[in-house]
Design a protein around this ligand. Structure first.
Ligand code: T4K
Length: 377
């Protein structure tokens, strides 16, 4: 089946939010006057300033995608050695560590939030540990206080992968203001998108770090005749920034629509035996980024894979985010044993993320739930 028919006839795990066509055209029109398309142009700077305010962070730098945001944040702190991280994440998190010349050390997750388990962090720390890279997976906030306490005790940097937590607040504070840096993704599949894009948020006390990541996203060029660092090209272009400016105008409305979808799923699925829903976190304002569901085959009567297959037959493409865990990837097979993180292994085999986007109709949610409930033993 080609991409067109997949998108038209089926319900996919998510669907990019777009502004009205005319709104985007109005936003990009001025680019035909000044011919400025990239390299930190006007739209880029406006978006940076609007995002700083919306996310409630002190400083923010924009990037071409969330992955480069993580890679360059790691490089920006001049880290060497090992980085403790979670294997229950998208490929990007682990790859960013390895591609930055660092070694990932995997720590298991908490069985309720699926985020790194601080109780298991200490035993992973050695004299080679340079940083901790936890992930606010599905928009679930990590145990930021415990992580912070351990990091201070051992003098480690904390870099959050906040790809899933756009707009989330914890105790009223923007999630991007926790840790030494937080990296967001603005990919087309995210709650807020700039088509492709990403950001690193950091404290205004860390001016050196800010200068470093700015240099690193632009080849290390500090002046026309001066190249100070071995940088990459990771600049957010003006078309992407324009999409961000449009989408940001509608973000609260988008999140409110997502909340309705999630409430309906909860209403329909919360009492089904053998189905475990994502925990609602106290003190956290959610962005309803993903709707992960765990299937306990022995109690529910069907496995995650059977449910996924049944939905697929009906044109509903739920996804196994995140299976396999990154420490079980082919490319890391010789270095890691995924059975060293048994909770990750178990969650990863049971989880299915159900379709979720702002315009998913409640009748489609009902249909998805009915198909699932029919499989209950
Ligand atoms: N850290 C974490 C924890 C992450 O989850 C991610 C990205 C990153 C870091 C890195 O951030 P970026 O460098 O990507 O900014 C998707 C996304 O591509 C990826 O951004 C995301 N995580 C990951 C969880 O999901 P795939 O391989 O599953 O994407 P794909 O192409 O299968 O798309 C999934 C569904 O989204 C499609 O079925 C339909 C819908 N879709 C997709 C595209 C590309 C749209 O509606 N519009 C689109 O343009 O990785």
């Amino acid at each position: 089946m080609d991409c067109d028919s997949i998108m038209q006839e089926n319900i996919l795990v998510t669907r990019s939010s777009l502004p009205e066509f005319e709104e985007y055209i109005d936003e990009i029109r001025s680019m035909w006057d000044d011919h400025w398309l990239t390299n930190m142009g006007r739209k880029h700077e406006r978006l940076r300033s609007e995002l700083r305010e919306y996310l409630g962070v002190e400083e923010i730098e924009l990037f071409t995608n969330g992955h480069m945001a993580i890679e360059l944040a790691l490089l920006g702190f001049h880290l060497k050695g090992e980085v403790i991280t979670t294997p229950f994440t998208f490929a990007s998190t682990t790859h960013a560590i390895v591609r930055s010349g660092l070694k990932p050390v995997f720590c298991d997750i908490d069985p309720e939030t699926y985020t790194i388990d601080p109780k298991k962090l200490r035993e992973r720390i050695t004299d080679r540990t340079a940083a901790i890279l936890p992930v606010h997976v599905y928009g679930n906030v990590c145990q930021v206080d415990e992580i912070d306490k351990i990091a201070r005790e051992y003098g480690l940097k904390v870099i959050y992968d906040a790809a899933h937590t756009f707009g989330v607040t914890c105790r009223g504070k923007g999630i991007g203001s926790y840790g030494d840096a937080s990296c967001f993704s603005f990919h087309a599949t995210k709650v807020f998108n700039t088509i492709e894009g990403g950001a690193v948020c950091y404290s205004s006390r860390d001016k050196d770090f800010g200068e470093q990541i700015y240099l690193l996203k632009d080849f290390g060029i500090s002046r026309e005749d001066q190249v100070e660092a071995i940088g990459a090209n990771a600049k957010l272009n003006e078309f992407c920034a324009a999409m961000g400016l449009c989408n940001l105008r509608h973000i609260n409305e988008e999140i409110a629509k997502r909340e309705k979808v999630v409430s309906r799923y909860r209403e329909r699925l919360s009492k089904v035996k053998g189905i475990v829903l994502n925990k609602v976190q106290k003190d956290v304002k959610s962005n309803y980024a993903y709707f992960p569901v765990l299937f306990d085959e022995d109690v529910f009567g069907a496995s995650r894979d059977q449910v996924a297959e049944r939905l697929r037959e009906k044109g509903i493409f739920a996804r196994k985010y995140f299976y396999p865990p990154t420490n079980a990837f082919e490319c890391y097979r010789t270095e890691y044993d995924p059975f060293e993180t048994p909770i990750t292994m178990s969650v990863s085999k049971k989880v299915l993320t159900l379709p979720l986007y702002a315009d998913l109709s409640l009748s489609d949610v009902d249909r998805i739930c009915e198909l699932i409930i029919q499989m209950e033993r």
